[in-house]
Design a binder for this molecule. Structure first.
Ligand code: GCU
Length: 672
């Protein structure tokens, strides 16, 4: 209706019927097989430079002179452009005169930099920019920008909601499915430069010669795209594969086994990134089994990969069955004393919050508390606790909220800890638990692709904001039609808050049904491990609700730097969005709204449900502007989400009412 005349009809025809759009092309929608429009020259011949040129030649207008090169080329060097600040991977794109001709230069100090420049130029064009005078430059702020696949060797994906694993272990290493190339290309386009192939709950088998060969085949595909392969290592592998009696990191035989294993891997994959390790967590083996510390374990592995330039990503996600301490405190208790004792090629990988990827958690208290250790931010891109693949929840605002949090040490933010600027760390990293599988649309839904995209962009620069990222993603994904883009961005920006609202706002967390974590289960109280029961987290009774993490309770607040600890210690200065995370308060507590806590909680549930209904209406409004396939799937999922948001609200309220004995506040319809 918004369009008229034959142009509009043509556009509709193209949008609706030109080709079925199954979302495979992600945010890279320039036609892959289009005839070369313009010739892009290369200075210096590497596979990576050739890829960069191929990307550009598909989309640049005819008649342009474009040069892809590195700073090492004498002609480029003679231009005296500011290459120094670009480091290893930064890029610059600018109009120059080369050999007497006006030329658009796309360059970096390395060919990878040039490739990132090419993708930046594509992004620039797809978001409305023009090529001829494009002037772009950027240097990644974080060195290791890594996806973590929780992919099992049997093809399943732990917490994966987009089909089975992309890695077809059966046909590797022989068959290099073209999809591996498409995967690498998509990652390179957003700056991701590493991928951990297998689940952190690792099987020792992944380190056997046959799996090393499969990993090597993938590494060969990814290499020209600037992506390194890493493996999750099972700490007890020396026992399982090596026949040793122990995996004690202080045992010289164990260290020798790992050294030989690392040498073997590097023979197959010379640029192997290194190991990711989940140790002594949720049943995984680790150095604590032998009374050795996490640093002992990490350093032993680090020594094995060090001669090859490898690193170790050691996860801080630990909490023990036998430990009566508040689960939210355990990682800090374990790791903070180890600050300063890790080898220089170890990074400690910390989840964004102290529990487990909840719709909202305050930032993890380890950020800022281990100045001598590079800390990697671990976000979950797959939405284990936010409705799996079906619910629309754009995680950009979650990432931004955590990264921009102030640690309480001067001006330090979580982002400045992660990007190393705070302590001048050489090694820095950001990890995202991938939401990628063999579904045609990669991530289970079109909007889930935005979370992969946003992760990459924020790993490149953790100070980027969620809203502009949503906008550039929407423009590349749906085209630059203002109405569609505005609608998509509007839907996305409040979507994560809506999930918070309908699953439990005001600092509540971990109320999902146990095990699979889908749908409500705040009443569950019968699991053997107390910290797996939702009642452990909300502690609701007739008088009140919330987890007292102040001095009168677990005192988890004391793990934050003094100014932050002080703020969180007092319910009056705790942001209401985190209130019940830190405090047990009465149902009648007066809130900023003037209502009681109970009334506010009910209002949040309602707001969440309403938001999803609004998203449905907004999406209905762009039906004519979006291709039928992607529109329909999204619409169907939004309907599921609305139904389930109601389910969450009604089941949760019925439970809270059974605990607090209260009626619904006036004006709110009783749960159906
Ligand atoms: C969560 C998740 C597990 C995962 C674990 C981890 O607990 O439910 O599936 O293994 O995190 O991050 O190690």
């Amino acid at each position: 209706k918004a369009r008229s005349g034959w142009l509009g009809a043509l556009a509709l025809l193209m949008a609706g019927t030109a080709h079925a759009d199954d979302g495979y092309r992600l945010w890279l929608r320039a036609p892959a097989a289009a005839p070369a429009a313009t010739t892009v020259a290369i200075r210096g011949d590497t596979a990576t430079l050739r890829l960069a040129a191929a990307e550009l030649s598909r989309v640049l207008p005819a008649g342009m002179t474009v040069m892809v090169a590195t700073a090492a080329d004498p002609g480029v060097a003679a231009l005296r452009l500011p290459f120094a600040p670009l480091g290893d991977e930064g890029y610059l794109v600018r109009p120059v005169t080369l050999d007497g001709r006006p030329t658009l230069l796309v360059a970096g100090n390395s060919d990878r930099g040039a490739l990132y420049g090419a993708f930046a130029l594509l992004r620039h064009l797809a978001t409305g920019g023009t090529a001829a005078k494009a002037t772009l430059t950027s240097t990644p702020k974080v060195k290791l920008r890594v996806l973590n696949h929780w992919d099992n060797l049997d093809g399943t994906v732990e917490r994966g909601y987009a089909g089975v694993s992309l890695w077809d272990w059966w046909t590797l290493p022989d068959l290099k499915d073209p999809r591996y190339t498409d995967y690498a290309r998509a990652n390179a386009s957003i700056g991701i430069n590493g991928t951990v192939l297998n689940n952190v709950n690792a099987k020792a088998d992944s380190l056997t010669p046959r799996y090393i060969a499969k990993a090597a085949a993938l590494a060969d595909v990814f290499r020209p795209w600037g992506i390194k392969v890493y493996l999750s290592a099972r700490f007890s592998a020396p026992i399982e594969l090596g026949g040793l009696k122990t995996a004690d990191p202080r045992d010289p035989q164990v260290a020798a086994w790992w050294k030989a294993k690392a040498d073997e891997i590097y023979r197959a994959i010379p640029d192997f990134g290194g190991f990711l390790v989940k140790a002594n967590s949720e049943g995984q083996p680790g150095p604590r089994d032998y009374g050795a510390s996490h640093a002992d374990g990490a350093n032993m592995l680090a020594a094995a990969v060090k001669p090859h330039g490898g690193i170790v990503l050691w996860r801080a996600f630990v909490y023990a069955e036998t430990d009566p301490e508040d689960r939210a405190k355990q990682a800090y208790t374990e790791f903070k004393p180890l600050d300063g004792s890790f080898a220089d090629n170890v990074l400690v990988q910390v989840k964004n919050g102290a529990i487990d990827f909840q719709p909202r958690e305050p930032f993890h208290p380890l950020f800022g508390a281990m100045p001598k250790t590079p800390l990697v931010m671990e976000f979950q891109i797959t939405k284990e606790y936010l409705g799996f693949a079906t619910h629309l929840a754009y995680l950009g605002p979650l990432f931004e909220e955590v990264l921009s949090a102030k640690t309480g040490r001067g001006d330090e933010t979580v982002a400045s800890v992660v990007d190393g600027s705070s302590e001048r760390h050489r090694l820095t990293g950001m990890a995202g638990v991938a939401n990628i599988g063999r579904d045609r649309d990669w991530s289970g839904s079109t909007f889930n692709q935005a979370n992969w995209y946003a992760f990459g962009r924020m790993a490149w620069d953790p100070t980027l904001k969620a809203e502009p990222i949503a906008r550039e993603w929407a423009q590349q994904t749906f085209g630059t039609d203002r109405r569609v883009v505005d609608t998509a961005v509007a839907m996305m920006m409040g979507s994560r808050e809506a999930v918070v609202d309908y699953t439990g706002a005001l600092g509540l967390a971990h109320l999902m049904a146990t095990g699979h974590h889908y749908g409500p289960g705040p009443w569950v109280a019968d699991l053997k491990r107390p910290e797996w029961n939702p009642v452990y987290y909300h502690k609701a009774d007739r008088a009140g609700i919330g987890f007292d993490r102040t001095k009168t309770g677990s005192d988890a607040v004391a793990q934050y730097a003094p100014p932050v600890a002080k703020r969180f210690a007092d319910p009056k200065t705790t942001p209401e969005r985190d209130l019940l995370w830190f405090h047990h308060v009465g149902w009648d507590r007066k809130m900023a709204s003037g209502r009681t806590l109970w009334e506010d909680l009910v209002a949040h549930y309602d707001r969440g449900v309403t938001y999803v209904g609004d998203m449905r209406r907004q999406w209905d409004g762009v039906r004519a502007q979006v291709d039928a396939e992607r529109w329909q799937k999204t619409a169907t999922y939004l309907a599921v989400q609305e139904r389930e948001a109601r389910w969450w609200r009604d089941a949760s309220l019925a439970y809270w009412m059974s605990v607090n004995g209260r009626a619904l506040p006036a004006g709110v319809a009783p749960p159906a």
